[in-house]
Design a binder for this molecule. Structure first.
Ligand code: CAA
Length: 388
């Protein structure tokens, strides 16, 4: 059955996230963007009302929200400010490998801690020389007795400067390509350094850092899943988190669409509001269609997960289409504002800068096309299990 009707609980959740985005996020978003400031108070409040860690099950202290619930939240926080939204959502990415493949002891300990206070975890996959090509990573984890010793550097790490935990992918067999990567849960300690905080084009309220592990020791029990099975865990994680990124892109696009629509009704040129000109009407119409289709693709990719089905291609469809939509719609919103759109005094230039990262992080739009092409031309077996 195809049914896009939200339940009363889902509508209430959406409304709560929207109110938070409108009151708490938008009130500081443009200032945080200007200053590149970390909005600690907003993040704490979001934690308190349950907008962080939404996918963590109730048995570990989380709200146990569905994936569809998650994308409803992420669209609203993306609408409020995707920079702050990225900081809020990053625990979901960092902790997904643990939820998928961690031992019960590790889940109880770490997920229990993360849901008990507003602390952050970071997903450490990307390296300076291993971006899209994950298997080219060099960070190593060497087993010594009952410990692993980690060495290496990870870049573009969301919330890296503030994280209490890192989910780190490292080579446990350097000659085995993607089959030599393992995932680890690494608590922050003095051997872990923040080498660089990035000064970014957009999403300037979110923290993005380079993190190094320097002879960092962790107990063998902090291995997530099996040794040398980390690559698949990373891919399965991204299948689950790309719908959330797509939702955030929908939120950015919707925000730009609303600003442009309102402005087009107020701005008078040639004696009428510019909304009366067909050139503007068609831009508004295209924006509306793209936002609508992005949302449908996003919801479907989330619902498949809620149904326990593999969503690799749908997740890439949603992430690719919504990210490209966010870029196109925000660019057109600037166009609707004309010269004013280029000025920082008006809201849409921030959205255009924020939108760009949606086509880059959690797999570029080109990587999404690569996944879609592979899944289309050489689909993997349908009966493949969803869990690790
Ligand atoms: N689920 C389960 N298994 C999967 C899978 C999936 N979705 N996709 C691939 N696999 C399996 C394959 O079946 C294959 O298994 P075998 O070992 O049994 O053969 C194995 O993984 C290797 O698959 P590929 O040959 O397809 O691997 P590849 O090296 O060609 O890479 C890729 C594929 C799609 C390009 C992948 O590397 C990729 O997604 N790259 C992008 C990485 C990315 O998104 N980075 C973002 C980092 S996170 C971030 O940005 C957040 C932040 O904080 C800023």
């Amino acid at each position: 059955m195809v049914d896009f009707t939200l339940t009363d609980e889902q509508k209430a959740l959406q409304e709560m996230a929207h109110d938070f985005a409108a009151k708490e996020m938008r009130s500081v978003a443009w200032e945080c963007d200007k200053e590149g400031a970390w909005p600690e108070d907003v993040l704490k409040k979001a934690f308190e009302i349950g907008l962080m860690n939404s996918h963590i099950a109730e048995e570990y202290g989380g709200p146990g929200a569905s994936y569809l619930d998650g994308v409803l939240i992420e669209e609203e926080i993306g609408w409020g400010c995707s920079g702050i939204g990225t900081s809020l959502a990053a625990n979901g990415l960092a902790l997904a490998p643990l939820v998928l493949g961690g031992s019960e002891e590790l889940k109880q300990r770490i997920l229990g801690h993360v849901t008990s206070e507003p602390i952050f975890a970071s997903f450490c996959l990307t390296e300076p020389d291993a971006g899209s090509d994950v298997s080219g990573m060099r960070t190593s984890a060497v087993k010594k007795g009952d410990k692993y010793v980690l060495n290496g550097s990870k870049c573009f790490i969301t919330n890296g400067s503030y994280a209490s935990y890192f989910t780190v992918y490292a080579k446990t067999d350097k000659d085995a390509g993607h089959r030599g990567i393992s995932a680890f849960l690494v608590p922050k300690d003095d051997t872990i350094t923040v080498d660089k905080k990035e000064d970014k084009m957009g999403q300037r309220a979110s923290d993005t850092a380079t993190i190094s592990f320097n002879d960092t020791e962790i107990p063998v029990g902090n291995l997530i899943g099996e040794e040398n099975k980390g690559f698949k865990l990373a891919m399965m994680t991204l299948d689950r988190t790309r719908p959330g990124v797509a939702a955030m892109a929908v939120g950015i696009a919707r925000a730009a669409f609303e600003f442009a629509t309102d402005y087009s009704k107020q701005r008078v040129q040639f004696g009428v509001p510019i909304a009366m000109h067909q050139a503007i009407q068609f831009m508004i119409a295209d924006m509306a269609t793209k936002v609508h289709l992005s949302r449908l693709a996003t919801w479907q990719s989330a619902v498949l997960l809620d149904q326990g089905k593999r969503n690799t291609i749908e997740s890439s469809h949603a992430k690719r289409f919504a990210a490209d939509t966010a870029m196109e719609v925000t660019t057109d919103a600037v166009q609707v504002y004309g010269g004013y759109g280029f000025m920082k005094e008006y809201p849409v230039e921030k959205l255009m800068r924020d939108a760009k990262i949606m086509q880059l992080y959690e797999g570029t739009s080109q990587i999404q096309r690569l996944v879609i092409a592979r899944e289309t031309l050489l689909p993997r077996r349908l009966e493949e299990p969803v869990v690790a």
